[in-house]
Ligand binder design. Structure first.
Ligand code: NCN
Ligand code: DMD
Length: 338
């Protein structure tokens, strides 16, 4: 089924977001209050259990079926020397994901998640955002729908990941368009660029944001002009997950930037999302603050692929193990608060 038939369908979905189930969240909170620990002593693990309960509509939420999807795309702006690596690496890494040899293969194995790989027209890079809109309307809709289709109906937690040489450049442009500031505020060193490449990257971001004049643009139009295929796919996946009340673990700078244009118009789009980590990409902290998300981990990772989210999935496992497996005060015959 095509979820986003046209830009209006995308906007209609964004403006009619479902809420979590208050009864399931309340049941989980009641159970937390009865578990053999001082109230609040498991800190954010308790809030994660309540978050999962609300979105799953189940006071005893589960994370047996975690699905990760890695979206890959190529970018016309790579020709401007904005990355430390050549664009061929995107397809080469896709082959590595499919062969099972990348970090995300190891990390999804470790947290028990399934992994699907979605390569989006790698031999047809998007247009250079500093010269033209990245995608046509059709291309952007196709990418949004590929993202939506990658979210399994029955998963209990979804992890979107990405791979795309040069994609921190459109990601930074999306952040600047959504939240203001300068290109220097949002441009970081990505895969490890030198000062000359960083200067080129700032120019591309500045030029692109001004060229497209996005002050009153819709989220769709901003994604279409400044994004990329894997970035639009992530936006489509996060929105599709929300429509099915599936919670999402957000990875690093690019994944969070993909929802920046949506969050500018509808800040509650992140309500079904947990921020897995704060990446070492310089602007990720600023972006998380703009999205009003607090990261679970800060491990100086800056790989992408969904890797930080796969690590943080272990925290979700811990939160739900405590929630579902601990004894209550009554069961263990432990005296409660006097
Ligand atoms: O997730 C992050 O925060 C992150 C930060 C820096 C780089 N990356 C990855 O590196 C690639 C983009 O970096 P660049 O320098 O080519 O724009 C892309 O494949 C991302 O998955 C990812
Ligand atoms: C090798 C390599 C692996 C990656 N994984 C995500 N982004 C990446 C960028 C490079 C360069």
């Amino acid at each position: 089924m095509t979820l986003f038939a046209d830009p209006a369908a995308f906007a209609a979905a964004l403006y009619s977001l479902p809420a979590p189930d208050p009864a399931a969240r309340k049941a989980a909170a009641q159970r937390q209050a009865e578990l053999t620990k001082p109230a609040g002593s498991l800190g954010r693990l308790e809030e994660i259990a309540l978050f999962m309960a609300g979105w799953q509509g189940n006071g005893r939420p589960r994370a047996d079926r975690i699905a990760a999807a890695i979206f890959a795309g190529n970018h016309g702006c790579a020709a401007q020397g904005v990355s430390a690596f050549p664009p061929e690496v995107t397809a080469q890494m896709v082959a590595n994901f499919e062969a099972g040899g990348a970090a995300i293969n190891a990390l999804t194995h470790a947290c028990g998640a399934s992994l699907s790989v979605v390569a989006l027209d790698l031999d047809r890079p998007t247009a250079d955002i500093s010269r033209a809109p990245a995608m046509t309307e059709r291309e952007c809709l196709d990418a949004l729908n590929r993202g939506a289709a990658a979210v399994p109906d029955d998963c209990q937690l979804f992890i979107p990941g990405e791979m795309g040489i040069a994609n921190t450049t459109p990601a930074a442009a999306l952040c600047m368009a959504a939240f203001g500031g300068s290109a220097a505020d949002w441009a970081g060193r990505g895969t490890g660029i030198d000062d000359a490449a960083l200067a080129a990257k700032r120019r591309v971001i500045e030029t692109a944001v001004h060229l497209h004049g996005l002050h009153r643009a819709t989220a769709f139009e901003t994604l279409r002009r400044l994004g990329g295929r894997e970035i639009a796919a992530i936006a489509g996946a996060v929105l599709a997950a929300r429509l099915r009340r599936i919670p999402v673990l957000l990875d690093g700078f690019i994944v969070c930037a993909a929802i920046a244009p949506l969050a500018r118009d509808v800040p509650g789009i992140v309500d079904h999302c947990l921020a897995a980590h704060q990446s070492a990409e310089a602007a990720h902290g600023r972006l998380l603050a703009a999205l009003r998300l607090a990261p679970l981990l800060t491990l100086d990772m800056r790989l992408g692929e969904g890797s930080g989210a796969a690590v943080a999935a272990q925290i979700v496992h811990s939160a739900l193990a405590a929630h579902n497996r601990m004894a209550t005060f009554a069961e263990a015959a432990v005296a409660g608060v006097s």
